[in-house]
Design a protein around this ligand. Structure first.
Ligand code: GLC
Length: 546
């Protein structure tokens, strides 16, 4: 990596799902005090920045993605003063802080929405959201046929007869980004946090802010091509061209602050070309590469995703990001541990499918980590991924909290299984997640067999996932070939992916069913499992110095 390249072109960013990371005050829910107490761990893990899921004041209908006040920290998590302390202490550890910003919708408890409800139809207060009369003679039909992402119609009727739009839960009314006050308010919120030292933002649902002003019914899907379903073109609410005007303004704003502040977009797009549109020079800096996350465990699929990503982002001069897991998808050891290890669908919610081989999934997860951390660009590590945590698939129905569970009429369990509190130490729950004198149990129950997965149990164990991540991240920091830059594929049999980065680095990943002899090298830097007789076993990866 060139020493002049800005940090975000090669950063490894650790995702802190704050509810589940570390509980400082013993109420069973993670908080800012918990994050502060774990900064030494994050420093020794070797990450460059933390992305922290929403910490703002919220009634928690969608665990913080329903924000009631963007300038307050929710009391469950702490205070603005504590957030400032965290930012300062993280910076002392050389770690940057990137909070989440949620601009597509607010909470229904936000002052603006409460004012809109009180003011009534036609009022300026309603203009900041998307209120419409209903259809049908009595107006008792929703204004159009859009569905909410979490199930059910995307419209809810209020007592005076109007309906409001919510692409997510009814407690998350969508803002009207055609309204100048909405623009001004978010720019002011960005400034509020930039001036408190945050290094950037992760933008929630970045592809959803602008709706077709006519609010038409969804057009019919284009005819399938080659037997494959095809997405809508000109979708009335996802990925409309007009969103980029918003981000051009945000980029200018961020550039006014010193120290390379940067944005990462959560933008689910149909093609890498559409994703590249978010990260132009006058737009956002980076975007999550969900195609990589969704890829099946298959050499052709993975190689296509890598090539398309690098080509499309290269065209606009943006770095790639690589991500395997986050708080919205099944953890990858479980995705890879199903025999099919098939392609994942955009925004798919988890319904268990087929028998699970967790040992296989974990072996693949180890190999995937070496692939991800040696590809050109930046990478995201979702908390607990470095501990090899699996998805908790058997949470009892009585504890499920994700709104997806209720909204889907109990047909989808939702995303709680990847959000179970982290095991830090000890032999039994709460495994150091909460202090010894805690007044409450962790907000989701932890499995009885997680003692061996705790950070404490894995520290110093050379065979552990934690040690693999530590070694990989430390090599990544030292090795001049890693991070931002280019790569060249090497000639290998179809089931083996191998690429070279300069100076003198090769990554190999064996996705075939046969062992593969390592090519000439000066030393083996790291392997996902011990290498037997110079041969890379199936589902194994290696980093070589050549
Ligand atoms: C994003 C978040 C998800 C949340 C949704 C609504 O997709 O990642 O967790 O539920 O937006 O804000």
């Amino acid at each position: 990596m060139s020493p002049t390249s800005p940090w975000w072109r090669s950063a490894v960013i650790y995702q802190v799902y704050i509810r589940s990371f570390a509980d400082g005050n013993g109420d069973g829910v993670g908080d800012i005090a918990g994050i502060r107490s774990r900064l030494p761990y994050l420093k020794s893990l070797g990450v460059d920045a933390l992305w922290i899921n929403p910490w703002y004041k919220s009634p928690m209908a969608d665990h913080g993605y329903d924000v009631a006040d963007y300038r307050e920290i929710d009391p469950l998590f702490g205070t603005v003063a504590e957030a400032e302390q965290l930012i300062e202490e993280a910076h002392e550890h050389g770690i940057r802080i990137i909070p989440d910003i949620v601009p597509n919708h607010t909470s229904d408890q936000h002052a603006w929405f409460q004012a809109a409800l009180a003011a009534g139809p036609g009022s300026p207060e309603r203009g900041r959201y998307i209120f419409r009369p209903g259809r049908g003679p009595d107006g008792d039909q929703p204004p159009n046929d859009w569905d909410s992402r979490f199930g059910g119609p995307a419209w809810t009727r209020v007592p005076d007869g109007e309906w409001y739009l919510h692409l997510f839960t009814p407690q998350q009314p969508d803002l009207n980004w055609q309204h100048p006050e909405v623009h001004a308010e978010f720019e002011s919120v960005l400034r509020f946090w930039f001036s408190r030292g945050v290094d950037g933002f992760r933008i929630d649902v970045a592809h959803g802010l602008v709706k077709d002003p006519d609010l038409p019914d969804l057009p019919p899907l284009p005819a399938p091509a080659d037997g494959q379903p095809r997405p809508h073109t000109d979708h009335p609410f996802w990925d409309r061209d007009e969103v980029h005007d918003i981000y051009r303004a945000w980029r200018k704003l961020a550039d006014e602050y010193p120290g390379d502040r940067s944005f990462v977009a959560e933008a689910w797009t149909d093609t890498p070309e559409r994703l590249a549109a978010y990260v132009r020079e006058d737009g956002l800096h980076t975007a999550f590469n969900f195609d990589f996350l969704m890829s099946s465990w298959d050499p052709k699929d993975l190689r296509t995703v890598i090539d398309d990503t690098l080509a499309m982002l290269g065209n606009v001069g943006a770095p790639a990001t690589w991500v395997l897991s986050n708080h919205d998808v099944m953890r990858h050891p479980n995705r890879y541990g199903r025999t099919a290890a098939r392609r994942w669908l955009a925004n798919e919610s988890y319904v268990p499918e087929g028998p699970l081989d967790l040992q296989l999934g974990t072996r693949r997860a180890r190999a995937a980590a070496l692939l991800m951390l040696s590809l050109p660009g930046g990478a995201y590590v979702y908390q607990g991924e470095e501990l090899g945590l699996p998805e908790v698939e058997d949470l009892p129905e009585s504890v499920l909290q994700d709104p997806v569970w209720e909204r889907s009429g109990h047909t989808e369990r939702g995303r709680d299984g990847c959000r179970v509190p982290i095991p830090w130490s000890g032999q039994a729950a709460p495994y150091g997640f909460s202090p010894d004198n805690a007044s409450a149990e962790p907000w989701l129950p932890q499995p009885a067999d997680w003692a061996e997965r705790s950070a404490e149990a894995q520290t110093g164990d050379e065979a552990s996932m934690l040690q693999l991540y530590r070694s990989a991240l430390s090599l990544r920091r030292e090795h001049p070939a890693l991070g931002d830059g280019g790569m060249t594929w090497l000639d290998t049999p179809a089931g083996v992916l191998a690429f070279r980065r300069e100076p003198g680095f090769v990554c190999l990943l064996n996705l075939s069913t046969e062992p593969y002899r390592l090519p000439d090298h000066t030393s083996i830097l790291l392997t996902s499992e011990p290498v037997d007789d110079g041969r890379l076993a199936p589902d194994q990866a290696a980093w070589l110095a050549v």
